[in-house]
Design a binder for this molecule. Structure first.
Ligand SMILES: N[C@@H](CCC(=O)N[C@@H](CS)C(=O)NCC(=O)O)C(=O)O
Length: 209
């Protein structure tokens, strides 16, 4: 049995969507950051880094969205990752960039204290993070030009990951409607029953007008 540990509205939504789209049976547990449930001794046994998502499989825990999504596709839903080796490498490349660049840029906005202990520079870090994050969103908008899904004609687990950042942009009041391709694609995402189920379960900002 699979078990996903997630927190509503954070990057674990990517894995949540991937699992729901895969059709695999899974159990899930929401952890509240407000009460630091991601740092309890029980959860630290699952992910010693105290982060979500974590997916517990028969052999133990898998952490990091990129790894979880590749695993879920490989094991339960091969149609959710490109088969062609070059396209598959590009899918992993995009998820790696989401994880190592786009996500940390956003973290500067919400958690500047993770990048500098000098509080006098926190506002500056937030402003730079916001600018860099919006530049990343513009790049995603460009990647979606003329495409149905982020990897082309076929929906993939990478789409669920890209949706996380649209929601975050909306949450911090960035001009998301200006990103025409990204916004049209977001509407296609919201029309998918599995995506909608996850967003409803997480009470996502993406469902608000
Ligand atoms: N690169 C990791 C990032 C994991 C991560 O940083 N998760 C955040 C939520 S977006 C978290 O659990 N934060 C809890 C904390 O920092 O205490 C992934 O993609 O899985």
């Amino acid at each position: 049995m699979l078990k996903l540990y997630y927190t509503p509205g954070v990057c674990s939504t990517a894995s949540h969507i991937g699992l729901e789209e895969s059709g695999a049976k899974y159990d899930s547990q929401a952890l509240s950051f407000a009460t630091n449930e991601q740092k309890t001794p029980e959860y630290l046994k699952i992910n010693p880094r105290g982060r979500v998502p974590a997916l517990v499989v028969d052999e133990g825990a898998i952490v990091e969205n990129t790894a979880i999504l590749d695993y879920v596709a490989a094991k339960y839903a091969p149609h959710l990752m490109p088969k062609d080796p070059v396209q598959r490498a590009r899918a992993i490349s995009l998820m790696a960039w989401f994880s190592n660049t786009v996500h940390p840029n956003f973290t500067h906005v919400g958690r500047p204290e993770r990048f500098a202990t000098d509080t006098s520079v926190h506002d500056h870090l937030k402003a730079v993070g916001r600018e860099n994050f919006y530049a990343n969103l513009k790049e995603i908008d460009g990647l979606l030009a003329g495409k149905q899904w982020i990897m082309g004609d076929a929906f993939s687990v990478v789409d669920g990951y890209a949706l996380v950042f649209y929601g975050w942009g909306k949450r911090i009041g960035l001009p998301m409607a200006d990103l025409r391709n990204y916004t049209a694609w977001k509407d296609r995402m919201l029309a998918r029953p599995a995506v909608k189920r996850v967003l409803e379960r997480e009470q996502s900002v993406l469902l608000a007008a």
